[in-house]
Design a protein around this ligand. Structure first.
Ligand code: DC
Length: 239
């Protein structure tokens, strides 16, 4: 992938489910004045569209054709609201909440294993970040989507900590499932995301490993912001 020199970096934040990527990404982007691209939301929209169209998540051919048509029709849009929050639209309808349902998370993990689905969403993700000044969160940003990203982070935490956080998040939205249920869901997603043959979840060789198990969110944010600021100075020739 060739790209013009960037003045502000592409920031890649990859890692497993529940590592705190969304919160960290939002805060880092706020501090830096960067745009956010939540790539997981794109896979979630494909899963939601599949569910609505009666397409089995495991049906590679139909899920891939669906993803291709969604992209060709510009049916999926990520929009920034006035208050800074991200809105996810499917055919003009706000599906920001609907894509957060637990079965859609599992569905996203399943449809994202199909090479045709990944190929359909690849260019869309690249087009959002090419200019820099953007934080992309996902699983394969530093390895596949932007292997030339100037600032890469692999954010992780122990599976117990991640399951507890996920449960707290679900509890804030309604009746939470049991911790055991969330733990097995998180472990299952980890297994699927990191063992799929195409673009599996893994730390890029040049990504900085950040284990948030025993760090407060603000410490993680501080660490990432400080690193990105250094990269910004390097890109503008100040160091
Ligand atoms: O980050 P998330 O929980 O919203 O992601 C949902 C699923 O989408 C995740 O289980 C795997 C998939 N995904 C992916 O394969 N590649 C990405 N860059 C982002 C998400």
């Amino acid at each position: 992938m060739s790209s013009a020199p960037r003045r502000r970096p592409v920031v890649a934040i990859d890692g497993p489910a529940g590592a705190g990527k969304s919160t960290v990404t939002r805060k880092v982007a706020e501090r830096l004045g960067y745009v956010i691209v939540d790539t997981g939301a794109l896979y979630r929209v494909v899963a939601l569209a599949a569910e609505r169209a009666g397409v089995d998540f495991d049906d590679a051919a139909r899920a891939s054709a669906l993803a291709e048509s969604l992209v060709a029709d510009s049916a999926v849009q990520l929009r920034r609201k006035d208050d800074g929050a991200m809105q996810v639209l499917l055919n003009g309808q706000d599906v920001s909440l609907a894509i957060r349902a637990q079965n859609i998370g599992q569905g996203a993990s399943k449809v994202s294993a199909h090479p045709g689905v990944r190929a359909a969403l690849l260019e869309l993700q690249r087009s959002q970040g090419r200019e820099g000044g953007v934080v992309l969160e996902g699983r394969d940003i530093g390895t596949v989507v932007f292997p030339d990203a100037e600032a890469k982070f692999y954010l992780t935490a122990s599976v117990d900590v991640r399951a507890q956080r996920r449960r707290d998040e679900l509890a804030a939205r309604g009746t939470p499932p049991s911790l055991a249920e969330v733990l097995s869901e998180v472990a299952e997603r980890d297994r699927r995301d990191s063992t799929r043959p195409i673009a599996p979840l893994r730390q890029a060789d040049d990504a900085k490993l950040v284990d948030s198990s025993s760090l407060a969110i603000e410490q993680v944010v501080e660490l990432i912001v400080a690193t990105v600021r250094t990269v910004e100075r390097q890109l503008s020739g100040q160091v």
